[in-house]
Design a protein around this ligand. Structure first.
Ligand SMILES: [Zn+2]
Ligand SMILES: [Zn+2]
Length: 202
């Protein structure tokens, strides 16, 4: 089989490529736009546009999902409660550079990309005013909010804080073995309860 003839120049990547690597058979009939580009170049441009718009797209999807859940129309969310796409996109992008307010983990380090950033309507019985009654929250914590009690969520948040060393807490395997102190004529002291254990260095 003969090598395919490299007969057409792609202005995007600058390579001579087979004609079939382009969508339009007739070059002269097509004017401007991506029609002149090879398939890989066209794909690259589409991806770049998607990437540039990803926060607007995320804002749009987020607003649509909340509108459905809250049973409030998108125009009402936008005009009465301030869910404006440009503002939402800007604030979501900014929030993504920070940490989840509940578990304290960095959004960028979560495994699912920007999907891990969600919008939480803080008080679900109050008006969902954007920026007042909303906050960024990781997907895991947002799901948990629907099923776990506030006490459980607070305990989990504390566990995350302790893992980060704020506040410092002693770990079982960092500690000296505890030897019961026995004084003459007395019964051994009971072992310390967990809340009485000495705290590690700050
Ligand atoms: Zn190309
Ligand atoms: Zn979280």
């Amino acid at each position: 089989m003969a090598a395919p003839e490299l007969s057409r120049l792609c202005p995007g990547c600058g390579f001579w490529l087979p004609t079939l690597a382009f969508s339009g058979a007739d070059i002269s009939a097509r004017t401007g736009g991506n029609d002149r580009l090879c398939y890989p170049c066209r794909q690259e441009r589409r991806d770049a546009i998607k990437f540039a718009n990803r926060w607007v797209e995320k804002a749009r999807a987020t607003r649509r999902a909340h509108a459905k859940k809250l049973d409030i129309s998108v125009p009402v969310l936008e005009h009465d409660y301030g869910w404006e796409l440009a503002r939402m996109a800007c604030e979501l992008e900014h929030a993504y550079g920070g940490n989840c307010p509940e578990c304290g983990q960095a959004f960028v380090e979560m495994p699912n990309g920007i999907q891990d950033l969600t919008v939480d309507v803080i008080d679900r019985d109050a008006a969902p005013v954007w920026g007042v009654n909303t906050r960024p929250l990781c997907q895991t914590d947002n799901r948990r909010k629907g099923i776990a009690t506030p006490a459980k969520r607070a305990a989990i948040a504390l566990a995350y804080r302790i893992r980060r060393g704020q506040p410092a807490a002693a770990r079982l395997f960092d500690m000296e073995p505890i030897t019961p102190v026995v004084e003459p004529g007395r019964t051994p002291r009971p072992l310390l309860a967990v809340e009485q254990l000495p705290l590690g260095p700050k």
